[in-house]
Design a protein around this ligand. Structure first.
Ligand code: NAI
Length: 281
């Protein structure tokens, strides 16, 4: 195990960025979070401190506050061997954030994006060193999720890939290597299963709990596809299905039932109703 870099940068300290910062801090890195303005810096600081406090309460050794910095100036990334971009899922915003980070880092540093759906190749088009750029797709919530997809663009070089997989192992997580393709590995398979389960409810093949049990007890999945859809959010699943439909074809066409439920505001756990009733949100 090679350990994590001494200095790691995170651009965008929201839900995912704060989780990524926390993961590298817990593994012994110094972490530099860059946000868009002073208000966002304060919010990001609260998120990172909250995650560290959670670890402290679970009895884990937690670094002190000198292990991380927060600010608005990408110059903080100068010493970083890795910078992970986690700004919102908007190609223009991401291109600007990545260009800014690339200008601030050294020639040998790796630049990563936490995008959940955008093409690594298209994002790489704005960069001077596309060989050192890849996807590091962390899962939500970062502290308890064991998987990170390392997404290779056509130009990503072998050394960036080796460094990224080694660092993820040093976080105690498991990397899988995926070539740049719509939905990577996780969303593509997860959404395929979820859409088919919805079609089965639509056709009256079985009840939602029984379809979930088929995967839980029959295939050893910890959670069935319909409960998963409720937790992710039906609107989020529909958006991903539409993207995959456009790029991969009819096998990702959204079932009418999914569209109807989204139109009626039955979005899953966050709205209290989906394939299940949710009292706790
Ligand atoms: P979020 O909205 O919680 O956080 C985004 C952060 O970026 C905010 O704190 C915002 O102030 C900051 N930001 C915006 N513009 C910026 C700029 N120009 N420079 C620096 N910071 C800027 O979003 P979230 O959920 O953390 O998502 C971030 C990325 O992670 C997206 O690409 C998303 O698709 C991906 N992702 C999200 C997952 C989720 O379940 N939320 C799971 C896996 C990936």
């Amino acid at each position: 195990m090679s350990g994590v870099p001494q200095n790691v940068g995170v651009i965008g300290g929201g839900r995912m960025g704060a989780g990524i910062a926390h993961a590298f801090l817990m593994a012994g890195a110094r972490v530099h979070v860059v946000e868009q303005d002073a208000g966002a810096v304060a919010a990001a600081s609260d998120r990172v401190r909250g995650l560290l406090q959670g670890s402290r309460e679970r009895g884990m050794p937690v670094p002190d506050d000198t292990a991380f910095t927060l600010g608005t100036d990408a110059a903080a990334f100068a010493e970083c061997a890795l910078v992970v971009e986690a700004v919102p899922e908007d190609p223009g915003l991401k291109a600007a954030a990545l260009t800014r980070a690339e200008a601030a880092i050294g020639e040998s540093a790796v630049l990563a994006t936490n995008t959940s759906s955008l093409s690594i190749g298209e994002l790489a088009a704005v960069l001077r060193r596309p060989g050192s750029f890849l996807g590091m797709h962390f899962f939500n919530p970062v502290p308890s999720s064991k998987l990170v997809e390392v997404v290779l663009g056509a130009q990503t070089d072998a050394s960036a890939r080796e460094l990224a997989t080694g660092w993820i192992e040093a976080l105690g997580k498991t990397p899988i290597v995926v070539h740049d393709a719509p939905g990577f590995a996780s969303s593509r398979l997860g959404v395929a299963l979820g859409l088919e389960a919805i079609r089965m409810v639509e056709e009256g093949v079985a009840s939602a709990p029984d379809i979930d049990l088929a995967m839980q007890l029959g295939y050893g999945h910890p959670m069935g596809p319909l409960r998963t859809t409720d937790i992710v959010g039906l609107d989020v699943r529909l958006a991903i299905a539409e993207e995959l439909h456009a790029r991969l074809g009819d096998r990702f066409a959204a079932p009418d039932l999914l569209r109807r439920m989204v139109a009626e505001g039955r979005l899953g756990r966050k709205s209290g109703q989906g394939f299940y009733e949710w009292s706790e949100r």
